[in-house]
Design a protein around this ligand. Sequence first.
Ligand code: SF4
Ligand code: SF4
Length: 381
Amino acid sequence: MYFPSSRPWADGETLSEHLERRGVSRRDFLKFCGEMTAVLGLSSAMTPKVAAALAAMKRPSVIWLQLQECTGCVESVLRTGNPSIGDLVLDVISLDYQHTIMAAAGHQAENALQQAMKDNKGEYLLLVTGSIPLNDDGIYLTIGGRTAKEILVDAAKGAKAVIAVGACAHWGSVQAARPNPTGAVGVSEVVTDKPVVNIAGCPPISDVVTATIVHYLTFGNIPELDYDGRPRFAYSSRIHDQCPRRANFDAGQFVEEFDDEAARKGYCLYQVGCKGPATFSPCPIFLWNSGTSWPIGAGHPCIGCTERHFWDTMSPFYKRMPDVAGFGIESKVDLIGAALAAGAVAGVAAHATATGVHQIRERRRERELPIVNQPPSGKKE
Ligand code: SF4
Ligand code: SF4
């Protein structure tokens, strides 16, 4: 077995023993399990079950294929300034084959892939980042003389579950934008005989990847998915319904230019192109960069990166979005007044409070991590 980690699992070691050896306390491990339980939208009464299942887990086999992509998803999932236990869980399980971070190259790397597939047939978790080019017999991406499609079909055969990480693996992303010269498609268009979990986003939030894996390791199956194969625990709410600038939207307070007074006050970004009303993603709750900030919190409109075909359907990115089916936002935006605001804000707050992941944000607040999305200091609303 090939182990690129400097601290590989010992034979027969459980996750709890392995984390202890790496200096993680039982208290921190339980805190991580509590957070994952909340992220998954489960009752806190389930935390002991999650902890017991994870603690007893022996090293699972994960094969990670990187196909047509920019490696941004790998960076998002694996690189962090402040590694959490979740990062360690990913680190310790993502080791059988990952051609960017593994030391091996060429035939040695190909042999590691074949060996891992053979040794763990029917048991391994297959993670895929990147799209699959199908035009011209798939010649636009070959590794070791095989096309991306051949590699994926072969690896998916023996996988217990398949997780497509990021927009490229989800539906093709920028390579699939019109005119899609390579015929790029997502994993679920090639692997059709088993469910594929789509962790949407360009790139996706690593907490969502970790929680999906924790669900699989705890319950032995994948989490409930939405119509587009995305885990419901993460993608069931619109950015717009969780956004700290929603009160400004409801009050008709909009940024018109990126350097105007409204921008400095942190008003709503709808008029400068925000696609939050048509985008389902947990960004406002999970945040980015170890919980430091997120695009709208930093003053940039959402471009809808968790939605299929967003390069074509959400652009131009800095233009006000057209009417959204079922929402009528374009007609409402100029009419909405402060009188509507109180009720709408109360509704949003109630929704957020009821959301399991909201608890994570509260805990991060308690730990005094920096919280963004507040009006700039010294400014009055
Ligand atoms: S339009 Fe964008 S910035 Fe404004 S409230 Fe909705 S999600 Fe937030
Ligand atoms: S705010 Fe929108 S565009 Fe930005 S990462 Fe989240 S879903 Fe993607």
